[in-house]
Design a protein around this ligand. Structure first.
Ligand code: 5GP
Length: 185
């Protein structure tokens, strides 16, 4: 049985990374796609684990070679989902999780209508701002840009199949798993 593809999107700062990390612990038939990016690694991030950190030149070569399932520019950096691992994992029967932003989701929705979109929402906009500042990893300029982008991202939520509010990491991860398991039955 072939696995499915689940896109998990939501505004920057909503806690996608944390929720997805928790989700991966809950089910052994889930595989997380490792994206490529031209962004510099944050402290503690490991190449090949959190992302494949590429130069813009290498990234563009992969785009030209059609190596990405989708790719997009986000706040000045490029991000993309390497195609082959997703094909391999779904063929092995894993449900593949893509933690990506909305432009990439739109490309996948067009290309693979069977892929499901799950949109993670913050309990409120104020809470989102608080979390983004609390992370302390970005400059004020980047935070403002991410907040501005967040508004346009949330406006795209209507395109998604499911909405999950991240009021609590464990509860949000469990709700996502419930959604995925519904499709398996
Ligand atoms: P960050 O720089 O905070 O790690 O990620 C910025 C945004 O890029 C997040 O919304 C994240 O989900 C998204 N992102 C990560 N990998 C990919 C990818 O492969 N494709 C697309 N389209 N977005 C991605």
């Amino acid at each position: 049985m072939k696995g499915n593809i689940y896109m998990i999107a939501g505004p920057s700062g909503v806690g996608k990374g944390t929720v997805v990390k928790q989700l991966m612990k809950l089910d052994e038939k889930l595989a997380l796609s490792v994206s490529a990016t031209t962004r510099a690694p944050r402290e503690g991030e490991i190449d090949g684990v959190n992302y494949y950190f590429l130069t813009r030149e290498k990234f563009e070569t992969m785009v030209a070679e059609r190596g990405f399932l989708e790719h997009a520019e986000y706040v000045g950096n490029c991000y993309g989902t390497p195609k082959q691992p997703v094909i391999d994992q779904t063929e092995k029967g894993f449900d593949v999780i893509l933690e990506i932003e909305v432009q990439g989701c739109a490309q996948i929705m067009e290309m693979l209508p069977e892929a499901k979109g799950i949109f993670l929402l913050p309990p409120s906009y104020n809470e989102l701002e608080k979390r983004l500042r609390g992370r302390g990893t970005e400059t004020e300029e980047k935070i403002s840009k991410r907040l501005e982008t967040a508004r346009t991202e949330i406006a795209q939520a209507y395109r998604f199949d499911h909405f999950v509010i991240n009021d609590d990491v464990d509860a949000a991860a469990a709700r996502i798993l419930d959604i995925i398991r519904e499709y398996r039955d």
